[in-house]
Design a binder for this molecule. Structure first.
Ligand code: BGC
Length: 906
């Protein structure tokens, strides 16, 4: 093993810990440690929080090395004035001796609905010196009880005009709703609470409220719908006011894609809106959706759905419809409609926003009048079209990820989605069209019907996705690995649509559980995904059957309850990720009952002789030999589903044992632990050939799972590693041979035996199968299939993230060497342990944890290894300098380490 390693580290450390930033030893508290970035429920100043004990966090900053918090005090007040006077009339925690600065539960007075709460924090440092108060932050409460809702559900429960309701491509026109209201005295505060299904836009006095796109987030609407809270004080006119709302179809009235399952039908779009008014004189009032509202389905958006597109007729625009004084006498009265779900919860995730605009790089005209724009990047969102022409001219856009040989769009892999936006001009000067209730995954845009000749300024690409905080970046000396990383980030961001979706382009776009098991841990280095994944867990638990069964797709728009281990066990893995990466322990206690229900259901219904024979997808999308097929058929390449099911379930039981112990359910922990031990024995009995010392048919995945989950008896571990190396290096000529399942642990298993050079080679391969192969064939994101340029288009997305496996984890944890210590989760203690590879002369990476900025920047110059490390205040790190036997334990600060190594960089 390790024969190819082209470097050997000489083991001495030239320079020890050199703090390069020295804090001035000034004891003036304002300089020593500052409390910054206050977050409530992991969000900055969130509105509409409905938890009774919100989690409060902050970041500490200090220029001093080895600085940490020893105590804190939180003040929460009902007004900014009270807080300014240091009065915590809602909560004064008093000084609490604790180092915790992440997710401290509010323990003040009972919170009331629809109120603002202001808070600030001070902290004591390691010498018990008190900081200044932080800046003031706030949160507002949402509707804490059902009875706070006075509004009623309104809509129109039927199709009208050209609405299509009975086809797979069903579409309704957008419904426009309006109401006016008067205000008779000065308003001090106005708050709007809105749930518009499938998706809404809210206007007050002609202006769009907020910058959300496609809100609210997706849910299983039969169980839960999300409302959004806006502070609309500034939108209210002091006397006459008008509310306008556009309702799109979203996934509520979704196309009924039949294959593989009929998409769930929730009914016609509907609205619930309440504006709480607080007057300066202390009195209050509400404006609500009710039977007095007016509606028209006859506005300019004449058809819309997320997959097929949006059709907009500007001749049907209704100037002033969302302002006071509009004549709505020919609009209809709304219908009072049923509430969609029992649960109505606030949306506690970052909304979808436009995060970037992209200009096309090229236009071609493969057929007269058919223009193809190349955006230069496979992106998710839509375009803004600029056009001038005669009234009634119809301009069409269609969207695709790639082109055919003749230069026209390649639409086969989009399957039944029509991906068409249509705009009819009103003929009044320069017109601009931006759709609202659709999104596309595309690199190429086809434009037809355009009056005149378009140029590069005719369309602009708008990138949309959940606007999550960016929490990391990675770069290194190898351009191919950098290009792969860039593609991964484009793929990850594009597929956040209030759920982690599988793909953005074809007639699917679902939250498939299996795609995001281990991958989510990699994503967590790049974006703050904590609230998104907690929301997704709620989606999973909402759709869980009473017997414990979990759908493979969540929200369960396709009801796929087939009780397999790898997809449906993902929630257990996600909870573990949230604990490790964010130090979130509440998610363990909140999720445990649901996870237990599923685990017990699987045990009681399927476990046989301690083997779990429940697998649906095998080692999904492993690279087949035949370039045309999607799934390999060759039995030598396929990993036995019973092995996958049993190994994975064993791993799940070990996590459950841990979670049960954490929640003080010691009997249950013991039960899971004993069962896991029995399964390990049964697994080895059934799948380990002790003569050849191989698992099953000896695929890389069989070895990886057995090693990664600790199933291999000690005496065989080395041989099983050797099997994995032989498979990868010799039989597959240093190429990947696993699918989604094995890949989740592939790189880390190689790293464990010091085979990072091999991992590097496999990951940057430029021939099939390899990420480099994708790039050499034009990929700007990550494909669903290793042979995505040649395989059957039936299942061949060019923007999936599942094949990333543990690549990103390996890049951050192993190459950069930034890893959360599972013993002190949430990066309270950081394990810094870079793996040097002969292909890299430098790596620079940062990750912003719950405690602040972590940096690792190393470079090899000749024989010299130089490493600059930053540890945030209130964190510590265990630092493994390459070549130095004993790790160092350091506190916060920036350090440089050097060692002399004997390394040959290729
Ligand atoms: C999806 C995948 C998913 C798989 C499982 C595909 O069509 O796009 O991401 O995990 O089906 O069957």
């Amino acid at each position: 093993m390790n024969a190819n390693k082209s470097w050997i580290i000489k083991t001495w450390l030239i320079l020890g810990l050199i703090p390069i930033i020295h804090g001035c030893q000034n004891l003036d508290n304002s300089d020593r440690m500052n409390v910054t970035e206050l977050k409530c429920e992991s969000l900055i100043n969130p509105l509409g929080v409905d938890v009774s004990e919100p989690g409060l966090s902050w970041i500490l900053e200090s220029d001093e090395k080895d600085q940490f918090q020893t105590a804190y005090r939180i003040l929460v007040a009902s007004s900014e004035d009270k807080l300014a006077d240091d009065m915590g009339d809602v909560w004064d925690s008093e000084k609490i001796d604790a180092g915790q600065s992440n997710q401290i539960r509010f323990e003040g007075k009972k919170l009331t609905s629809g109120k603002d709460y202001y808070w600030k924090v001070k902290a004591w440092d390691k010498d018990d010196i008190e900081s200044d108060w932080s800046e003031v932050a706030m949160w507002s409460t949402g509707m804490l009880s059902q009875s706070d809702w006075k509004a009623e559900w309104i809509g129109l429960d039927k199709a009208v005009g050209d609405d299509k309701t009975d086809t797979e491509f069903r579409q309704l026109s957008a419904r426009y709703l309006r109401q006016e209201f008067k205000i008779e005295k000065p308003v001090q505060r106005a708050t709007a609470f809105i749930c518009g299904l499938g998706a809404y836009e809210l206007y007050l006095n002609g202006d769009k409220v907020g910058d959300h796109m496609l809100s609210p987030g997706l849910t299983d609407y039969s169980k839960r719908s999300l409302y959004v809270t806006y502070d609309v004080t500034g939108n209210i006119d002091q006397i006459d006011n008008a509310i306008g709302i556009i309702l799109g179809n979203g996934r509520y009235f979704a196309p009924r894609i039949k294959d593989p399952f009929p998409t769930v039908d929730y009914g016609f779009p509907k609205l619930l809106l309440q504006i709480n008014l607080e007057y300066e004189d202390g009195s209050t009032d509400v404006v609500i959706s009710d039977e007095n509202w007016k509606l028209t389905p006859d506005g300019p958006i004449i058809a819309n759905n997320e997959y097929d597109g949006e059709t907009y007729d500007a001749l049907k625009e209704m100037p002033g419809w969302n302002r006071v004084g509009f004549n709505d006498s020919d609009w209809m009265d709304v219908e009072m409609v049923e509430s969609p779900s029992k649960e109505l919860s606030p949306q506690m995730t970052e909304p979808i926003r436009i995060t970037e605009t992209i200009e096309p790089i090229k236009i071609t005209e493969p057929q007269p009048g058919v223009y193809i724009f190349d955006m230069g990047q496979n992106m998710v969102g839509w375009t803004e079209l600029t056009v001038k022409g005669k009234a009634g001219t119809v301009v069409k856009q269609r969207f695709a990820e790639s082109l055919q040989d003749d230069g026209l769009l390649y639409l086969d892999n989009i399957r039944s989605a029509k991906v068409t936006n249509e705009y009819t001009l009103k003929g009044e000067g320069i017109e601009r069209f931006v759709p609202r209730f659709v999104f596309h995954g595309f690199r190429y845009v086809e434009l037809t019907g355009f009056p005149g000749k378009p140029d590069l300024s005719t369309i602009v690409g708008m990138v949309i996705h959940d606007d999550l905080e960016k929490t990391g970046d990675f770069t290194c000396s190898n351009p191919m690995l950098n290009a792969i990383y860039k593609n991964a980030v484009w793929g990850i961001r594009g597929n956040y649509r209030s759920i982690p979706a599988d793909c953005p382009q074809r007639d699917e776009r679902h939250g498939w559980l299996g795609d995001r098991g281990t991958g989510s841990r990699g994503e967590s280095y790049i974006y703050d995904i904590s609230n998104l994944y907690k929301k997704w867990l709620t989606d999973v638990f909402d759709s869980q059957k009473p017997n414990g069964s979990i759908s493979d797709v969540n929200p369960a728009y396709w009801e796929m309850y087939n009780d397999n281990v790898t997809w449906d066990g993902t929630p257990v893995i996600l909870v573990d990720m949230l604990r490790d990466q964010y130090g979130d322990t509440k998610v363990i206690s909140d999720s445990y009952p649901f996870l237990k229900k599923w685990v017990d259901h699987m045990i009681n219904s399927y476990l046989k002789d301690d083997i779990m024979p429940r697998d649906s997808y095998g080692d999904w999308c492993m690279p087949p030999k035949d370039p045309k097929v999607i799934h390999a058929k060759d039995p030598d390449l396929l990993t036995d589903g019973n092995l996958i099911g049993t190994a994975y379930f064993y791993h799940i039981l070990t996590l459950m044992e841990d979670f049960a112990g954490f929640t003080d359910k010691h009997e249950e922990a013991k039960y899971y632990s004993e069962l896991a031990s029995r399964m390990k024995i049964a697994y080895n009995k059934k799948f380990l050939d002790t003569t050849r010392i191989e698992y099953s048919n000896n695929t890389a995945t069989a070895s990886i799972l057995s090693l990664a989950f600790g199933l291999v008896p000690d005496e065989y571990r080395q041989k099983i590693f050797d099997n994995l190396l032989y498979k990868t290096k010799i039989e597959n000529n240093s190429h990947i041979s696993t699918g989604l399942i094995g890949q989740q642990f592939f790189n880390r298993m190689l790293s464990e035996t010091g085979e990072d050079d091999l991992a590097f080679t496999v990951n940057t391969q430029e021939d099939y199968p390899g990420y480099g192969y994708m790039i050499n064939n034009g990929a700007t994101t990550i494909w669903e299939l290793w042979n995505g340029n040649t395989a059957d288009p039936a299942m061949n997305s060019q923007n999936h993230v599942m094949l990333l496996g543990d690549l990103l984890i390996w890049m951050y944890e192993n190459l950069a060497g930034i890893k959360s210590d599972p013993e002190q989760p949430g990066f309270k203690n950081i394990i810094m342990n870079p793996a040097l590879v002969s292909q890299l002369s430098y790596v620079k990476a940062w990750h912003k944890s719950r405690y602040g900025m972590i940096k690792s920047e190393w470079e090899i110059k000749g024989n010299q290894f130089e490493w600059k490390v930053t540890i945030p205040t209130n964190s510590t790190a265990t630092v493994y300098v390459p070549g130095v036997k004993e790790p160092k334990h350091v506190g916060s600060g920036t350090y440089t380490f050097s060692s002399e190594i004997d390394i040959k960089i290729n």
